[in-house]
Ligand binder design. Structure first.
Ligand code: ATP
Ligand code: MG
Length: 721
């Protein structure tokens, strides 16, 4: 009998096998991290195909990211071999929604080649609408309306479903009407935004039963991964598609883990899991309890932590890895720089032991934390890739800020000037910029010089002339201040005085607080350089570097984008109150927010197969001031028996006594560190190698002591005499 078991079923445990074989009727697989939920989905598709229950094109499978979709395609390819033609409809809700919408675009007054708007286009469009309605954008920011419309769309609400009362105070209750106007504009432009991809599907399914019936006939099997993070619109969409059969016979399989629901802030509803059994009566529920990913120490840490949450469905989780493994380590470091240095050293160590960079990841809570790691890896020459977003210096707000600084350092940098001449918006249109260009070309001078020339003529309209005059004099002023102010202070002033910081402060979109943090981090990073020129030089070199996809590289990403993935070694930096759990989430959503943060911590730890290495910095620089950080409450919630707490205390990062000195790595000379006390007296340590050691040069009225820590580590202490 065993001989008849197909290959793909071997190696599955009993529950997994049952989940794969229960092809007909609704099925909910509810299970903790690493129990093989995704593996069950993939194997199920293989099973449906090899037993010829359906053709590939008759299977609809929803993944959470495009990356997951690609991986799943690959896995299915392996499992099924070359025998089966075509591929299932496999992708994210958005990508599948877009594919369906293109087929029936005309039913909602679009053409099949409609454009999918990105956020920038969307905002520009909303601003035009606000302008047309005489609504003051400063008072009622476009991004706020974008956020409201996004929420409505996530809830499956079209313009006809919202009333003025739903718009709250926005533009005195005109939000709902603007929503309708916005949707009309999109039709004229033959465009859809992200939220429309599903919303318009739903509209079509509801209004055109024949179209829905076609998909009922087409999709014989439906599968959904990461179901705990589906929102209302996604849920409605799935339910409509599953209605081809009586609910109790629908071939729909969803897998999820309530403990990994981390997108509540984007409208995901973990209740969708609970609703499943009600909507699909008689649904089979299978729980998987064996974890094949992590060692028992890692699992124990994660399970103990998540048990502090109250609203849970409750599941048991046991490791099947059969190894206690290394304890989860918690390292206390002096600051984020030492954190990055420690992580870099550990990565190099593992690498020497034969481990690949691909098997390691750094998962951060907030994207600004990435910079320090990126810098360190560049210094070390370690390959890295940033997943789910641009590298730090490629982010829009960073590029804008750098453009300002470049013009100050080099007034003839026309590209940079052009980038920010109308950012923030100063009411200078394309035609004005064109005029500047023409003058610059004909007079063969820089854009800024051309601007000066034009200011002497009558060619500019009065308003634009005064705007440009103001901008030019600001740049003159900044350039002159460069002599008298530290460049990082000047940078902060430039961002304030130009209105750039205010632009993001006024911005109500969910990503603007992150952008403001990135800007602060940029200013902070400038302090490590002697001059503005030195800093900009460094940036050019950093931006020039690129890691090819195929190369062996450490992954850096946010915890949110790590869902579903796994790595041998996972570094989890920044476990400090306010950062993780995030103060913002707790302020906005209170206890529920804290629980969502804790689930994020659970997701983070359970990404690790062999090692989870947490760190906490004792000091963070916030708003240009060093602040003592309080270790995250999540650290207290870890089981002591599975955790190893280390304090690098006075490691080679430098420590202070008396004065509380801090250390900085000198980027220009990797073998030199600069130590500073709060009074800005400096000590330089020439190091014989990266790990410290070597003579100390003391400037100012300071005493220093070098301590040998054994191995190749040493520490420097600096204090005032
Ligand atoms: P998450 O909740 O993090 O998304 P998951 O439940 O989807 O996790 P998978 O990613 O499917 O879990 O599986 C975790 C790891 O365990 C994978 O490497 C997978 O190949 C492996 N695995 C799953 N089931 C088995 C099994 N029966 N025997 C051996 N390895 C398994
Ligand atoms: Mg999974």
């Amino acid at each position: 009998r065993n001989q008849q078991t197909p290959d793909y079923l071997r190696g599955l445990n009993e529950e997994q096998r049952e989940a794969v074989l229960s092809t007909d009727g609704p099925l909910l697989v509810l299970a903790g991290a690493g129990t093989g939920k995704t593996r069950v989905l993939t194997t199920r598709i293989a099973h449906i195909l090899t037993t010829k229950r359906a053709w590939p094109s008759e299977i609809l499978s929803v993944t959470f990211t495009n990356k997951a979709a690609r991986e799943m395609k690959e896995r299915i390819g392996h499992l099924v071999g070359a025998g089966v033609e075509g591929m299932p409809w496999l992708g994210t809700f958005h990508s599948i929604g877009a594919r369906i919408l293109r087929r029936h675009a005309e039913l909602v007054d679009l053409k099949s080649d409609f454009t999918i708007l990105d956020t920038d286009d969307q905002i520009r469009l909303i601003k035009q609408l606000l302008d047309a309605e005489n609504i003051d954008e400063k008072r009622w920011p476009a991004r706020q309306l974008a956020g409201m419309m996004d929420t409505w769309k996530n809830r499956g609400l079209g313009p006809e479903d919202v009333s003025p009362a739903d718009s709250g105070s926005y533009a005195n209750g005109r939000g709902a009407r603007l929503y309708a106007a916005y949707q009309n504009r999109l039709k004229v432009l033959n465009a859809a935004d992200f939220g429309d991809l599903l919303l318009l599907n739903i509209k079509i399914f509801k209004e055109y039963p024949d179209v829905l019936a076609y998909y009922h006939g087409k999709f014989k099997y439906m599968l959904v991964d990461e179901y705990q993070d589906s929102n209302v619109a996604q849920y409605l969409w799935l339910r409509l598609l599953a209605q081809g059969k009586p609910a109790s016979q629908a071939n729909i399989c969803v897998v999820g883990d309530d403990d990994q629901s981390i997108y509540g802030w984007r409208g995901a509803e973990v209740d969708n899991i609970l609703r499943f059994e009600k909507d699909f009566p008689g649904a089979k529920v299978i729980k998987l309890e064996r974890n094949y990913r992590s060692t028992s120490n890692i699992l124990k840490a994660a399970s103990t932590l998540i048990a502090f949450n109250e609203g849970r469905l409750g599941k048991t989780l046991q490791t099947d890895v059969g190894e206690t493994g290394e304890p989860v380590s918690v390292t206390s470091v002096w600051d984020s720089e030492e954190e990055a240095r420690t992580v870099g050293d550990e990565i190099e160590n593992y690498q020497r032991q034969g481990e690949t960079l691909n098997s390691m990841a750094i998962l951060v809570r907030a994207s600004f934390q990435m910079r320090e790691f990126e810098e360190r890896f560049i210094t070390l020459g370690l390959n890295y890739r940033v997943i789910g977003g641009p590298r730090f210096y490629e982010r829009k707000e960073i590029r804008d800020a750098i453009a300002y600084l470049r013009v100050v350092a080099n007034p003839s940098d026309g590209l940079s000037f052009e980038r920010i001449v109308n950012t923030p918006k100063r009411g200078l249109g394309d035609s004005t910029v064109q005029m500047l260009h023409n003058t610059s070309r004909s007079a063969n001078v820089s854009l800024l010089a051309a601007t000066r020339m034009l200011l002497e003529t009558e060619e500019l309209k009065p308003k634009q002339r005064s705007t440009l005059r103001e901008l030019v004099s600001q740049f003159d002023n900044w350039s002159s201040r460069l002599q008298s102010l530290p460049h990082y202070e000047l940078a902060e002033q430039i961002l304030d005085e130009s209105g750039y910081t205010a632009m993001w402060q006024a911005d109500k979109s969910p990503d603007s607080p992150g952008r403001l943090e990135n800007l602060k981090e940029l200013v902070r990073s400038m302090e490590e350089f002697e001059t503005l020129g030195g800093f900009l030089e460094h940036i050019s070199l950093v931006m020039d570097r690129d890691t090819a996809e195929a190369e062996d590289a450490v992954s850096i990403m946010t915890l949110h984008s790590a869902k579903g993935l796994e790595f041998d070694t996972v570094f989890l930096p920044g476990w400090e109150e306010g950062l993780f759990p995030s103060q913002r989430t707790m302020d906005e959503s209170g206890r529920a927010g804290l629980e969502e943060e804790r689930r994020l911590a659970y997701v983070g730890i359970t990404r690790a197969r062999k090692r989870a290495r947490l760190s906490v910095a004792q000091n963070r620089r916030i708003h240009g001031l060093w602040q003592s950080a309080i270790p995250s409450r999540f650290l207290d919630e870890l089981p002591p028996e599975a955790v190893d707490v280390k304090d690098t205390g006075s490691s080679y990062g430098g420590y202070g006594y008396g004065g509380g000195a801090t250390s900085r790595f000198n980027k220009a000379d990797p073998f030199e560190s600069v130590y500073e006390t709060p009074g800005w007296q400096r000590a330089r340590a020439q190091q014989s190698n990266r790990k410290g050691g070597g003579p100390l040069t003391i400037e100012g009225d300071l005493v220093a002591r070098s301590v040998d820590l054994g191995g190749d580590r040493s520490a420097f202490g600096i204090g005032e005499r």
